[in-house]
Design a protein around this ligand. Structure first.
Ligand code: GLP
Length: 231
């Protein structure tokens, strides 16, 4: 695991965008698995800028999503499909049929596309990666999961009580561990405690992100606030 410490959210975003654009330039038909949430928004903004200003091409890139809510219409503004369209896909040159949201055949689809070259993830306040909530096992694959209470509490502000999704489909920890390269992003002091646990505790299922310690090519980009426990 390689840890890159950066000053703030902007530096994290630019560092992440650099890794993505270098990877896409080196291999135009890269397969990338993308996250949602607040954390990657700045990275997406910079990738969109590079498309617009520098002509960076994503035409042959295959895009997977880490996860998606179950029971929410794809057009709903809070769906991860909507999020990724809004933050990235609507503003770059995505090739036709190169976007694969998670479904029950996901493991086969990923395998048929040659596996995931670059997987980007944030970390949930409870240590989840994608929607692998605490208790997820290392062997887990793409599946439907019940969202943890702490995850639901964090979502309530964005949904009416009736529409609040209680389940999600997520790639598994085994799927994540098979990605050739993983990039974990963390910003802000709200992530400091859980990031410290993920980086320093022995690998354990109560902090699913800790599995990345066993991944051969993981880069963590974290800002000073997210690393304040170590100061
Ligand atoms: C969400 C997503 C994760 C994301 C995490 C952190 O629930 N399923 O993929 O990494 O929570 O979100 P944020 O970046 O907004 O802190």
């Amino acid at each position: 695991m390689q840890l890159l410490t950066v000053r703030d959210y902007l530096e994290m975003s630019l560092g992440a965008a650099n890794i993505v654009s270098n990877a896409v330039t080196a291999r135009p038909n890269l397969t990338i698995c993308l996250p949602t949430g607040r954390t990657p928004k700045g990275m997406y903004r910079e990738l969109v800028r590079r498309r617009r200003v520098e002509g960076l091409s994503f035409f042959d890139v295959i895009f997977f999503n880490l996860d998606e809510y179950v029971g929410l219409a794809p057009e709903h503004t809070q769906s991860f499909r909507s999020y990724l369209r809004r933050e990235l896909f609507d503003h770059i040159n995505v090739g036709p049929a190169n976007i694969y949201p998670p479904d029950e055949n996901y493991e086969d689809t990923i395998r048929n596309k040659g596996g995931v070259d670059l997987l980007i993830s944030g970390i949930g306040a409870n240590g989840h990666i994608a929607f692998n909530e605490p208790g997820s096992i290392l062997e887990s694959r793409t599946r439907i999961v019940d969202l943890a209470q702490s995850t639901l509490d964090g979502m309530r502000a964005n949904f009416t009580p009736e529409e609040l999704p209680r389940q999600a489909i997520t790639i598994g920890l085994a799927t994540i561990m098979e990605a050739r390269r993983v990039l974990l992003l963390a910003s802000g002091k709200a992530k400091a405690q859980i990031l410290a646990r993920a980086l320093t505790e022995p690998i354990n299922s109560e902090v699913p992100a800790s599995v990345l310690q066993g991944h051969p090519d993981t880069t963590v980009i974290a800002d000073e606030a997210a690393l304040e426990v170590f100061h």
